[in-house]
Design a protein around this ligand. Sequence first.
Ligand SMILES: C[S@@+](CC[C@H](N)C(=O)[O-])C[C@H]1O[C@@H](n2cnc3c(N)ncnc32)[C@H](O)[C@@H]1O
Length: 347
Amino acid sequence: MSRNASTNWYFAIVSGENAELARVEIETLLQIVDSKYEISWHGSVAIIEGLQDPTDFLLHRAALLKEAGMIVFETDSLDNAAHEISDELLKSSIGNNETFCIRTRSFLQSRKTETRGRLVIELGDKIQRTTGAKVHLENPDIRVLVLALSDRVLICTSEESQLRGQLRRRRPGRKPFFHPSMMNALLARTMCNLAHVMPNENVLDPFCGGGGILCEIASIGAKPIGLELNWRLLKGASMNLAGIQDSDYSLIQGDARSLPIKECHHVVTDPPYGRASSTRGEKAVRLVTALLESAEETILPGGSICTCHSSEMGIPDVIRQLGFEIEYQIRFRVHSGLVREVITINF
Ligand SMILES: C[S@@+](CC[C@H](N)C(=O)[O-])C[C@H]1O[C@@H](n2cnc3c(N)ncnc32)[C@H](O)[C@@H]1O
């Protein structure tokens, strides 16, 4: 990588479970911070060049992010990394009254455990000698991460995602109201990110069920608007939203085929499919077609739709027939009988 003196280098490590969705989530969030980032992917590791530090925003927003931070030093092998990094760089990254720990993560074919162990000892000694900082393994001020990639070694300062644990704790089974049709918090948050949802925006889920997506809209600080045919599920959504601090939401019993709502910034939704959710006799694809037909009246210019549905519904054809352009279409297998896809459209 050739370094531009005026920019900094950052990294993000994403979960490997759904690599494409995770990459698109990070790239969309980076676009929100600054459209000029240069990003290169090395498996599940993104290397990001830019003027602004995106770390806090990514950690606060990205569902599929494991950890992120700043790249302090780059070299080509593990063997001499501790010797090559300069005292000045270490002093500018770690203060003398701070504490630190060092971890390594290898994305190499051979794990090189011995070399990594030696590097941790050598680098730890050098940091203590040059900066005066002390080791603290449980709760350090600075987490140093050595990333061994196939073509380079990166010495970074890193923070692990706290959001992943929070999203696991917000899964449907742990909410005050549960229904099997509810969207899990991890995917709901990713979809909100793909739709570019920002605090204070109005965001509609016209098939809101028990409110899995609505809860993530609220957690971002946007205003969720839920529409649902089934009164019992709508009541469940209100129980789930009531548990979220400072949430300001609207819930309406109604039919997505005749939307009573205008001036939304975004629509984030998953139309009914399978046995868990009823369509009251209508074909699910007809429901989505009706929603898309009224989208331009409902969504403000600059807004977006993000939908997750069964890939068997043929939604991409409907979108194209109506003259909209698909920004992203990402497929993933849920189980042998179900492939879902996430699609985004911008207005
Ligand atoms: C997959 S579930 C939605 C899950 C929900 N979006 C979440 O985040 O947890 C689909 C929902 O669409 C509702 N539904 C079916 N037909 C509808 C219609 N015509 N208008 C509004 N809601 C409808 C069903 O009652 C069901 O709750």
